[in-house]
Ligand binder design. Structure first.
Ligand SMILES: Cc1cc2nc3c(=O)[nH]c(=O)nc-3n(C[C@H](O)[C@H](O)[C@H](O)COP(=O)(O)OP(=O)(O)OC[C@H]3O[C@@H](n4cnc5c(N)ncnc54)[C@H](O)[C@@H]3O)c2cc1C
Ligand code: SF4
Length: 510
C-alpha cells in the first residue's frame, strides 16, 4: 500500500501547475479526487457546468495515472465526507496536502474535515494566479481606493508583459480601452472557436449528468468545451491565431445570434485549471511581437487576464465572507421569473438568456450590460442575482461571481470594484448591438405603453438614488440631467417603473 501523503485535488484544481503535486515522491503519495453528488446539488447548476467539471476531473485523473501517480478516484459519491472516510480507511494517510481552495466556504469545510479526522493538513499556494495577497496589500497600503488600473500597471511591471526595453509600456500607453469600443458593423465575419473532440469519458459524464441532474437547467447540446490540457492548449492557439487580432476593437459589441465574436471563450478552461493566465498572456504578447496581432488587442486581452482576473481574486479574499452579503443600494426585488423561463418580449434579454441556456456562457458585455444592468436598474436583490449567475455560467465560481456581480455589476459593495454603477438605458444597448431594431419595445421612449423597460428603469434608478450619487463626480452629468427633467416626465417614469417592478414582483414578465 502506498500513501503516507494524500494529495486532495478538487474539481477546479485540474491543473498541471497544481502546487500540491510539486516536490513530493510519487511512490509515497496517493491523489484523492471525489465527485460529490450532494455538492453538485447544492444549487441547481447548469448541466454543462457539471459536465465540464466531472469530465475534466476524470480526464485529469487518467493523465495523472499515466504520469505514474496512484489515484483514488471516487465516482458519483454521495458526498465528500463519505468518500474521504473511505479513502482514509483504505490508505491510512498521515497527512493531507491540498492546493489553496479558490472559494471561501469549501476552504473552511475541507480543512475542518481533514483536521477533525486528526490528520495533518498542508495547504499549498494557489498556482493559477499571478498576484499574492501580500503584494496587493502592500500596493494599496494607506490608499483610500483599490484601483484596478494601478494594480494592472503593477502586474505589467511584475511580469514584464508588453513593456519596452526601457521598462515603459509598449506603444507609450498602458491601456488602449478607449480604442476598444467599436459597435458592430453589418456583414462582420467571426471565425468560430475550435471544437475539441468529444472523448469517450466525456460521453460517459454526459449520460451521468442526465441521470443524476436531469432536472437542472440548461442544455448540454453538442459538446464543444475543452476538458483536457491538450484540447485547451489547442483552443488557446486557435484563438490567438484566428480571433485575437480582432478582439480589441469589437470587444464590447453584441450581435443577435452571434455568441463568441472575437472573444477567447477560454474562461471555463482557465478557471478549472487547464490553462494558466500567464501562459495565455505570454502567447498574446508573442503574437503581437511577431506582428500578427495589433497592440490594442494584445493589450486588451492581457489586461483581462493579469488585470481584471487577478484584481477580482484579490478583492474576493480581502473582503469575504461579509462581501457576499452586501446590498449598498437596498435592492429588494426578487429575481424576475424571465431569468429562469426566458419568456420576455425584450429582444436583447431573450437572446442573451437563450445563449446562457444553450451554452452557459456569454461574453462580458451581455453579462454586464444586459443581464446585470437590468438587475441593477430594476433593483434586484444582489444575492439572488449572484446565485443565478453562479449556477448558470460554466466559468462561475464564488470567487469570481461575487466581486463581478455584487461589486462590478450591482454596485452593492458600495463602490469597491467600480467608482460608478454600470447603469445604462437603451441608448447604450442600441449603440453596441443590433437588438433594438427587431424589438417589441420602443428604444426611444421611457414612459409610454411600448417604452423600453431599460429606459424607464434607468431614469427611475437615477431618480431613486440621486441623493446617493450626488457627490460622485462620474455621475454628476447624469444626476444633473435628471434634476433638470420636466417634473411631469419624472412622475410618469416613476409611475411606470413602479408598475414594471410590481409586475415582476408578482411573477409576471415584460
Ligand atoms: C455579471 C458578471 C459575471 C461574471 N462571471 C464570471 C465568472 O463566473 N467567471 C469568470 O471567469 N468570469 C466572469 N465574469 C468576467 C468575464 O465576463 C468573463 O471572464 C468573460 O466573459 C469570459 O469569456 P472569455 O473567456 O471569452 O473572456 P475574454 O473576453 O476572452 O477575456 C479573457 C479572460 O480574462 C479573464 N477576465 C476578464 N474579465 C474578467 C473579470 N471581470 N473577472 C474575472 N476574470 C476576467 C477571464 O479569465 C477571461 O477568460 C463575469 C462578468 C460579469 C459582468
Ligand atoms: S428596445 Fe429595449 S428591450 Fe428592446 S432590445 Fe432595445 S434595449 Fe432591449
Amino acid at each position: 500500500m502506498t500513501g503516507r501523503t494524500s494529495i486532495w485535488i478538487t474539481g477546479d484544481q485540474c491543473s498541471p501547475f497544481n502546487s500540491a503535486l510539486e516536490g513530493i515522491d510519487r511512490a509515497d503519495a496517493v491523489v484523492l479526487m471525489i465527485e460529490s453528488v450532494a455538492r453538485a446539488k447544492l444549487i441547481r447548476y447548469h448541466k454543462r457546468k457539471l459536465v465540464l467539471i466531472y469530465a475534466t476531473m476524470r480526464a485529469f485523473a487518467a493523465e495523472l495515472e499515466r504520469d505514474g501517480w496512484t489515484v483514488d478516484y471516487h465516482r458519483e459519491s454521495p458526498d465528500f465526507a463519505k468518500a474521504f472516510d473511505d479513502h482514509v480507511a483504505r490508505f491510512a494517510p498521515r497527512r493531507v496536502r491540498m492546493m489553496q481552495q479558490s472559494e471561501y466556504v469549501p476552504a473552511r469545510r475541507f480543512s475542518a474535515l481533514v483536521r477533525e479526522r486528526g490528520l495533518e493538513l498542508e495547504v499549498t499556494p494557489h498556482a493559477n494566479f499571478i498576484s499574492t495577497k501580500a503584494e496587493f496589500d502592500a500596493l494599496f497600503a494607506g490608499k483610500k481606493r483599490l484601483t484596478m488600473e494601478i494594480f494592472y500597471r503593477a502586474m505589467r511591471r511584475k511580469t514584464g508583459l508588453l513593456l519596452g526595453a526601457d521598462g515603459e509600456p509598449e506603444g507609450g500607453a498602458w491601456n488602449y480601452d478607449a480604442e476598444n469600443r467599436e459597435p458592430p458593423r453589418a456583414g462582420m465575419h467571426f471565425t468560430p472557436p475550435y471544437v475539441p473532440p468529444v472523448h469517450a469519458s466525456t460521453r460517459d459524464v454526459i449520460a451521468m449528468v442526465e441521470r443524476h441532474f436531469g432536472d437542472h437547467p440548461g442544455e448540454i447540446g453538442a459538446w464543444d468545451l475543452p476538458v483536457t490540457r491538450a484540447d485547451a492548449l489547442e483552443a488557446a492557439r486557435d484563438f490567438i491565431e484566428h480571433r485575437l487580432d480582432g478582439f480589441g476593437p469589437h470587444e464590447d459589441a453584441m450581435i443577435a445570434g452571434e455568441r463568441t465574436l472575437n472573444h477567447s471563450r477560454l474562461s471555463a478552461a482557465i478557471n478549472v485549471g487547464l490553462l494558466h493566465p500567464l501562459e495565455l498572456a505570454r502567447m498574446a504578447e508573442a503574437a503581437y511581437r511577431a506582428g500578427t496581432v495589433r497592440l490594442q488587442s494584445a493589450e486588451g486581452f492581457v489586461r483581462q487576464l493579469i488585470g481584471w482576473r487577478e484584481f477580482i481574486w484579490q478583492i474576493y479574499w480581502r473582503f469575504m465572507p461579509e462581501y457576499r452579503t452586501r446590498n449598498a443600494l437596498d435592492a429588494t426585488l426578487p429575481l424576475p421569473a424571465f431569468y429562469r423561463t426566458r419568456e420576455t418580449s425584450m429582444s436583447c434579454m431573450r437572446d442573451v438568456l437563450d445563449a446562457v441556456h444553450a451554452s452557459g456562457w456569454t461574453h462580458h458585455i451581455p453579462r454586464l450590460m444586459i443581464l446585470g444592468n437590468f438587475g441593477l436598474i430594476a433593483g434586484v436583490n444582489p444575492q439572488e442575482l449572484n446565485d443565478w449567475f453562479w449556477a448558470m455560467f460554466v466559468d462561475g465560481y464564488d470567487w469570481v461571481m461575487v466581486p463581478n456581480v455584487i461589486g462590478m455589476t450591482l454596485h452593492a459593495d458600495g463602490g469597491v470594484v467600480g467608482t460608478k454603477p454600470y447603469a445604462a438605458s437603451a441608448n447604450y444597448i442600441d449603440k453596441m448591438s443590433d437588438y433594438c431594431g427587431s424589438c417589441a419595445y420602443d428604444r426611444k421612449d421611457a414612459t409610454g405603453e411600448r417604452a423600453c423597460p431599460f429606459n424607464t428603469l434607468y431614469w427611475d434608478f437615477i431618480g431613486r438614488n440621486h441623493a446617493r450619487f450626488a457627490d460622485n463626480q462620474r455621475m454628476h452629468m447624469i444626476v444633473r440631467s435628471w434634476e433638470k427633467m420636466d417634473e411631469r416626465k419624472r412622475e410618469a417614469i416613476a409611475r411606470r417603473a413602479r408598475d414594471l417592478r410590481t409586475r415582476l414582483a408578482e411573477g409576471g414578465t415584460l
